[in-house]
Design a protein around this ligand. Structure first.
Ligand SMILES: Nc1ncnc2c1ncn2[C@@H]1O[C@H](COP(=O)(O)OP(=O)(O)OP(=O)(O)O)[C@@H](O)[C@H]1O
Length: 275
């Protein structure tokens, strides 16, 4: 099957079984150029499994995987598969990707805001710096599609906003598509175009403002994250993020009880801009 030229990858009706356990059942999704798609779901929902199917690292028992011919994919895995006991500088670690030009490595580290760690041993960089180095590695081949499996692990809350802001800017500047896995709902949902809520099957999917109010989402995650998102988007985002399913604007007053409106923790949050 041919996929539209704007689509980078598409999977249809995927089933992935491990022994007697079905990790994915009848899962379909697509990522287009310039779009950020975020997979959310509880532990064991099949998020990493779906990412591996999309990357071609796992072959599903059923369904089809389409990749646009000739596209390059940059992958940031959930775990770093490097022996942290090895004496390895960030520069040498990035050279392991096959890119040997120092100027290219310096440019990509500057792009992710991690120039300062170039000569530092990998095991001495902080959690937030390590995530930026891993993002730099995924960017080194100038991918059409960036696949990020829980990119904000080990990053403090302020750093999480910065990292999502960075990912959003990379998408805009490079025009690549982004497929992300995340647990942190209220932050990531404000920085994404399309959310897919997974729990073996797709429970719901669509625009973040709609998914956050979907009964399947609420039964998985509870009401609080939805209220956080509505509050957050009300303050920091364009109109398209502040309407509900009936296209009625969502206001701070409509989602938070009066006694929570002035003390909400996201009130002073760092702004993520959505282009
Ligand atoms: N190689 C494997 N062999 C057997 N079972 C596996 C394998 N990989 C994943 N699983 C199982 O498939 C299910 C989905 O795992 P997966 O890692 O995709 O979930 P996840 O949504 O990414 O979870 P988390 O949020 O905890 O990272 C889990 O029950 C897991 O134990």
């Amino acid at each position: 099957m041919n996929i539209p030229s704007s689509t980078l990858v598409e999977v249809q009706n995927i089933q992935m079984d491990f022994h007697y356990h079905t990790a994915l059942k009848d899962v379909s999704l697509a990522v287009k150029r310039g779009e950020i798609v975020t997979l959310i779901g509880p532990n064991g929902a099949g998020k990493s499994t779906l990412v591996k199917v999309i990357l071609g690292l796992l072959t599903p028992q059923k369904g089809q995987v389409f990749r646009q011919a000739g596209i390059k994919i940059g992958y940031m895995p959930q775990r770093l598969s490097v022996d942290m006991a090895l004496p390895l500088t960030v520069e040498r670690f990035l050279r392991l990707s096959g890119i040997t030009q120092l100027a290219t490595i310096q440019a990509v580290l500057a792009e992710v805001g991690a120039s300062a760690v170039l000569q530092r041993p990998l095991q001495h960089v902080s959690g937030g710096e390590l995530q930026r180095v891993l993002l730099a590695r995924a960017l080194l081949r100038y991918p059409d599609l960036l696949v990020l499996d829980e990119p904000i692990q080990g990053v403090d809350v302020g750093g999480q906003y910065e990292l999502y802001d960075l990912i959003s800017r990379i998408r805009t500047q490079r025009g690549c598509g982004v497929l992300m896995v995340s647990h942190d709902l209220h932050i990531v949902m404000a920085a994404t175009d399309h959310v897919v809520c997974l729990n073996q099957h797709i429970c719901c999917s669509g625009h973040p403002g709609i998914v956050s109010r979907h009964p399947a989402y609420l039964s998985l995650f509870g009401a609080r994250p939805a209220r956080d998102l509505a509050f957050y988007t009300h303050h920091h985002h364009c109109a398209e993020h502040t309407v509900n399913e009936e296209n009625i604007p969502i206001t701070e007053e409509s989602v938070l009880p009066a006694n929570e409106q002035s003390i909400h923790p996201l009130h002073s949050a760092v702004v993520i801009t959505k282009d």
